[in-house]
Design a protein around this ligand. Structure first.
Ligand code: DGL
Length: 266
């Protein structure tokens, strides 16, 4: 069991912000990453669609005989984890539910969340944070353009910078103490965000998420420490663009195109 791979997935390169932290802390594991580029952005999809997509990805990971799946995607953690969590034999780590407790216990009174529309619609962050800190006010704001900005490497275009600044200004009106980057794509925008606000205003949950996963794997005796192959990257379309957009967090050199989720195109 311990020598089986760990599956990690997201709609595209966003999940690499999580994968890179896991890989830094635990390089001697076998990893299989899936970027569902044909279905991105997940943020504009319905809950039903997201459950279907996530179920397909979990079936793919079942076929790869994984010991655990890291949901390096806030949107599917928020919309699909509950519906699927008891249906698979591997351990599942959803990002929102795993990291909210640690953030809530810092006792902030006003916290902001930037996330996709589907994550915001679910209020998953608000619910999870207030479970552990009921007096915390949570201000949620969807940033629907940001995933495409990252996937298409448009971070430095004036219209992108303008959109990022508009969203940030809207959030800052709430006088929040911290802003959670509640979509794994958003840490790719930190170089723009920090032009307009101090970098430590933003919480990138990836490090804390990776730490939590590792301590749980250790507790369950699921660490192998013996890798048989370098991380393998699969995408559902456009491997060239995926490789190009990946660079900030992990230098993907090869991505294999697989059609596991093509049936979901509308
Ligand atoms: N990066 C994902 C998330 O954390 C999904 C973004 C999308 O495809 O809309 O929510």
């Amino acid at each position: 069991m311990t020598d089986k791979p760990i599956g990690v997935f997201d709609s595209g390169v966003g999940g690499l912000s999580v994968f890179s932290e896991l890989y830094k802390l635990m390089p001697d594991e076998n990893y299989i990453y899936f970027g569902d580029t044909i279905n991105l952005p997940y943020g504009s999809k319905s809950k039903e669609e997201l459950i279907k997509i996530t179920g397909n990805i979990f079936d793919f990971f079942t076929s790869k005989n994984v010991k655990a799946v890291v949901m390096a995607c806030n949107t599917t953690s928020a919309a699909a984890y509950e519906a699927l969590k008891d249906k698979y034999d591997f351990k599942i780590y959803p990002i929102v539910q795993t990291i909210s407790k640690e953030i809530a216990l810092k006792n902030y009174k006003k916290i902001g969340v930037f996330a996709t529309q589907a994550t915001i619609n679910s209020h998953a962050y608000k619910k999870e944070l207030q479970k552990y800190n009921p007096i915390c006010e949570v201000f949620e704001l969807a940033c629907p353009k940001w995933v495409n900005i990252v996937e298409n490497e448009l971070q430095n275009k004036p219209e992108s910078i303008n959109n990022i600044k508009i969203q940030l200004d809207l959030m800052l009106k709430n006088e929040v103490e911290k802003i959670i980057l509640g979509c794994t794509h958003y840490p790719y925008l930190i170089n723009v965000l920090k032009q307009f606000a101090p970098e430590d205003l933003f919480i990138n949950p990836a490090k804390a998420f990776a730490r939590n996963i590792i301590s749980d794997l250790k507790e369950k005796n699921l660490i192998s420490g013996k890798k048989d192959y370098e991380p393998i990257f699969y995408v559902s379309s456009n491997p060239i663009q995926f490789i190009s957009a990946s660079k900030l967090f992990y230098n993907v050199e090869e991505a294999v195109e697989t059609d596991i989720s093509k049936s979901l195109i509308k």
